[in-house]
Design a protein around this ligand. Structure first.
Ligand code: FHN
Length: 463
């Protein structure tokens, strides 16, 4: 009897290991977001595909978020009849089919190891590449996109494969963005240009024949650390078969214990289901569905106003070095990660202005990374201090100041035992505590004394 009970218990245990997650949101949503991602804080997004050939997007008039600045939407905006895109295409490409850009997407200077070096120097911990954007062109030789992928047409290279190998060798976590919709594929059920395709599949068929096999390839062939779907808004997650895919991913795939996913699994999902929540250009008034959530979340945005390379943008359209760091700090201080995008040129180079911004973030993190990586938001942070942000690690607090001047700041901080400047331990900081209220004066640094270009960090050590 005892032996039988032990055998039964073993079977139950083995079964529970094998099928830990059911294909239902209530089960899938219980899986915690892996700690490596929560600690990482800073990732690089890469939007790269045939749209990098025209590299054309509208220019924001006031520097604010505007969806029609997205250069990766070149084909989509033409299908929607957007005039600047149609005019540009007629004038410079004589209305040639968009698919011709795939043949010109040569990637001749693409060196994934060089990219990895830059991302490491930027202090990023993970990188997400568009394996396939809404135009349907795949950066790997996928059997479901047999003629429209980077090996069949364009560079002749398995870009996803080269990317993964280089990132892995550099010690960076890596993964893939994946668009569930394809605006011009005749099999895609959604109506993208006002005319339903006579060949359209049902959403379920589309997902079973295209999306699910491709999402599985990304997890199994490339052992992606991150699966980052998008273009999910046409259908409910049940029609995308998303719960089914995630149950497979979490129970059976090679990456089941470590993979990270986002919340873009169907029009019912953003800010509600899946892994971490997402926002997009949130500080500029974009999509804020996952913002401020208690749940792990990630902001994504370009350094300028587009994800795909938009070659008519000028420096005024790009965030300054300081603004890039402030965006990262703003997200982290509110408990989020930042996935900052670069849009390489069609020949595979990362534009100099984007490199400049990434390197500036890296220099700042070299000195102040302690306040960012593996930190959390300080729930009791005082409100209304313009340009001042806080993070927390254990009992220590970090005050990160983008504010000008050296006016004393007072706030409740508990039992403080020391206040020091990260990267400049010999700089004397004036501070005092009374009844748990800390008054600290941001130091006025002497020439050459400030340890970073801007936004010095005060470490507040507590008992
Ligand atoms: O339409 C896309 C857009 O081109 C870009 O890929 C962003 C990245 O989050 N996602 C979509 C809009 O939410």
């Amino acid at each position: 009897m005892k032996k039988l009970m032990t055998a039964l218990a073993l079977v139950v245990f083995a079964t529970s290991l094998h099928a830990a997650y059911e294909a239902k949101w209530e089960s899938i949503d219980k899986r915690p977001v892996p700690q490596w991602w929560k600690d990482a804080k800073f990732g690089i997004f890469i939007h790269w595909g045939p749209y990098a050939v025209p590299a054309f997007g509208n220019i924001s008039k006031d520097g604010k978020f505007a969806w029609d600045c997205y250069a990766e939407w070149y084909q989509g905006f033409m299908l929607k009849g957007k005039k600047p895109y149609l005019d540009h295409h007629e004038k410079f490409y004589h209305n040639a089919p968009y698919g011709n850009f795939a043949a010109e997407f040569k990637a001749e200077h693409f060196d994934a190891a060089d990219w990895a070096k830059l991302f490491k120097k930027a202090g990023a911990k993970y990188v997400v590449l568009t394996s396939k954007h809404h135009d349907g062109y795949a950066l790997w030789p996928s059997p479901e996109s047999p003629y429209y992928n980077s090996v069949a047409m364009g560079s002749g290279r398995d870009i996803a494969g080269e990317f993964c190998k280089a990132m892995r060798e550099a010690g960076l976590k890596r993964g893939f963005y994946y668009s569930m919709l394809e605006y011009a594929n005749p099999l895609y059920p959604g109506i993208r240009d006002g005319n339903p395709s006579p060949f359209a599949l049902t959403p379920e068929e589309w997902n079973k024949r295209v999306n699910l096999p491709q999402l599985k390839e990304l997890a199994e062939i490339y052992e992606a650390d991150i699966i980052w779907p998008d273009g999910e808004w046409d259908y409910h997650s049940s029609r995308h078969c998303s719960e089914e895919y995630l149950a497979w991913l979490y129970n059976e795939s090679k990456v089941k214990d470590t993979v990270v996913v986002n919340d873009r699994w169907g029009k019912d999902c953003r800010g509600r289901h899946g892994g971490h929540y997402t926002t997009e250009y949130v500080l500029e008034g974009g999509d804020k569905s996952g913002d401020g959530a208690e749940h792990p979340w990630e902001e994504c945005r370009g350094i300028g106003n587009s994800f795909g390379y938009s070659r008519f943008e000028t420096p005024k359209d790009y965030m300054s070095r300081e603004r890039c760091v402030e965006t990262l700090v703003n997200c982290v201080s509110r408990g989020g990660n930042l996935l900052l995008n670069v849009g390489p040129t069609a020949d595979g180079r990362i534009p100099a202005i984007m490199q400049d911004r990434l390197l500036a973030i890296g220099r700042w993190l070299d000195v102040n990374g302690e306040a960012i990586y593996a930190s959390s938001s300080w729930k009791k942070a005082p409100k209304g201090l313009a340009g001042i942000y806080f993070t927390q690690k254990g009992s220590d607090l970090y005050l990160i100041s983008f504010a000008a001047g050296s006016k004393p700041i007072s706030f409740a901080a508990g039992d403080v035992k020391a206040v020091t400047v990260l990267g400049a331990p010999s700089v004397n900081v004036k501070w005092s505590v009374k009844d748990g209220v800390l008054t600290v004066t941001p130091p006025a640094f002497a020439n050459g004394e400030m340890p970073c270009e801007f936004a010095p960090v005060l470490k507040i050590s507590r008992k």
